[in-house]
Design a protein around this ligand. Sequence first.
Ligand code: ACK
Length: 812
Amino acid sequence: MGALPTLLLVFSIFRISIAVDTIALNQVVRDGEILTSAGGSFELGFFSPDDSNRRYLGIWYKKVSTMTVVWVANREIPLNDSSGVLKVTDQGTLAILNGSNTNFILWSSNSSRSARNPTAQLLDSGNLVMKDGNDDNPENFLWQSFDYPCNTLLPGMKLGRNTVTGLDRYLSAWKSVDDPSKGNFTYRLDPSGYPQLILRKGSAVTFRSGPWNGLRFSGFPELGRNPVYTYEFVFNEKEMYFRYELVNSSVVSRLVLNPDGSKQRVNWIDRTHGWILYSSAPMDSCDSYALCGVYGSCNINRSPKCECMEGFVPKFPNDWDMADWSNGCVRSTPLGCQNGEGFVKFSGVKLPDTRNSWFNRSMDLKECAAVCLSNCSCTAYTNLDIRDGGSGCLLWFGDLIDIREFNENGQELYVRMAASELGRSGNFKGKKREWVIVGSVSSLGIILLCLLLTLYLLKKKKLRKKGTMGYNLEGGQKEDVELPLFDFATISKATNHFSIYNKLGEGGFGLVYKGTLQEEQEIAVKRLSKNSGQGLNEFKNEVIYISKLQHRNLVRLLGGCIHDEEKMLIYEYMPNKSLDSFIFDKTRSMELDWNKRFLIINGIARGLLYLHQDSRLRIIHRDLKADNVLLDEEMIPKISDFGIARSFGGNETEANTKRVVGTYGYMSPEYAIDGLYSTKSDVFSFGVLVLEIVSGKRNRGFSHPDHSLNLLGHAWTLYMEGRSMELIDSSVGDIHDLSQVLRLINVGLLCVQCGPDERPSMSSVVLMLSSDSTLPQPKEPGFFTGRGSTSSSGNQGPFSGNGITITMFDGR
Ligand code: ACK
């Protein structure tokens, strides 16, 4: 191992500054030595964040007199003395070794490929890159620190995802000012619906930027044209990211996520003034996620800050008057998908949460309105891009949440309203209100709606007394479901009054909160969204099915809660959340070694076999996907979300529906195209899941530089060429039994065959997984080409959705 030539060293009293920015193969940077970027902007070396002897390898500004670290390599594993050494290894990686035990690698960069002449260089942008010899083309870098941000976004860094490689670049705060290990807060580009930047504390959202509108993020009205920065938002098939650059490169500026969860853009002035704040988020209490609840709108210049949007009233008026706005607002007149419904325009707002949105870049505003009106679940729309008079279409499905008003640079939002609301005159925060599309009012529809509402209220009253939930199964057969009922106060207390900090995420029919009962029992509470017509059906469905089922691989329902308009289901809490948060995450996927993945696949297979064959009702889940598999503390998989499940009686084996519901990428061809579902459509989804677990890649959104096949087509091609090994996720680590993995790929491919009859039943799958029998050769998979191909795109319409369960009326 060659240390750097001493002639190149410039001594200072406490440290040795190396007048080079590069180290070559087997050269080292020892603790005390400093690498300096060519233009003198950044330095790299070992440092301690406080007086302790904890040593980290990091990058900091050279010209900023207050030590400001922008990147840390070994943030989770400090050295306890000054024996640390940074070395370029012959595997083309950078490694931190503990000098007293040179075989012990404390931290290492990964490498996408081998290199003949690996070198590490600290660039003047603050990017530490690994390259092969003098190849300065960023496309060819073996590794770069800009791909693994810590708490700082420097000019030129991308904040977002590469959807091809799965690389997710996001900021994570330090634990405290003197502890660089990962703290509670993260700031990342969320790919659900139309992407937006989301600040989270743990898994709870605390702030979001809103969607990019061509000029800025909707929630950053100040982020317009300015003399200091330029901004870029890229969203295409391969990448989605946000990036900024400095107009004047001599300005020293950074965006930092602080340990307390504030995100700040700061500029260095001089030693006297220090770092000056340019902007920060959250900027005021109206930026707190969902402060005013659904259909509530926040205005910082008003008292009280929260008001219901016009056409809506507080859900719980008493709470609302006491400034507890978290339960939001409900419609004065419910929607019923009636003729005559239309839209009211609200101006000057931050667009609501887009995680339940769909978009289309080519539609204009008129087409957008028409599409929204034709889909009963669509609640609002607006232009995707506000430049040049506006273009594109953004649609919301479900409740609108986290809306605020701005004095300047707010946007227009068209909200769906019942016919009777459209004629009313009024003002929304003093801004112009217009109604947009009105069809012919059907009084019959309104009478029918009132009748249904009365019936529903009567039924609800009855239910509360009995502690029993009575619901109709498909086909009109009535089911009374005995379910332990929790009282509302208990659940409200357990979830900290449905605090946003307890929010786990959004499930099929509403928000999911974490709760703790008095006896310390942890629970997950699914709360039915108000006004979610389809959500009510899914809620009933879930009650009917899951309360009757019990299996080690199905999530357990503990009870329900009904209180006025509120409906909730209470489940056992799954500390490891959903499978998708592991397999598709570069870091977390490393926790899933091969053995764990095999056990998870087996567990899902057994759960599905129980549903198809062994349960009291024979059930087809219809929405099996990685998001709907939860993991308990021992990583035992539990199938969840029975919102759209169906049961089969007697000898029935197959049914047909006009309402195709499910998730692209997991739906079998006969279901997506003809609405035909059977146990074999679940088998197809299971096969997709198996291939995703093995490869660590999503079927939907999969792309490959050499072909336009999706994951299924890619897996099948590799199988046919005898190269199945190449499918295996590189994060799985050592594989002791390769034949077991190859067997699983074979089973996965059998399950995704195009014809339902060709696919094995779940009982055969379970057998195949547990025996060494010879497996048949799979035929071509169904839907095996990627986007834009004729054989797979029949149903995809004009939208793009990311893993969200979708509904299509009339499957063709
Ligand atoms: O991937 P997640 O963190 O795990 O986000 C989703 C979210 O709620 C919406 O479904 C989480 N979730 C759902 N049910 C449970 C449960 N029983 N225990 C823990 N987390 C849950 C899920």
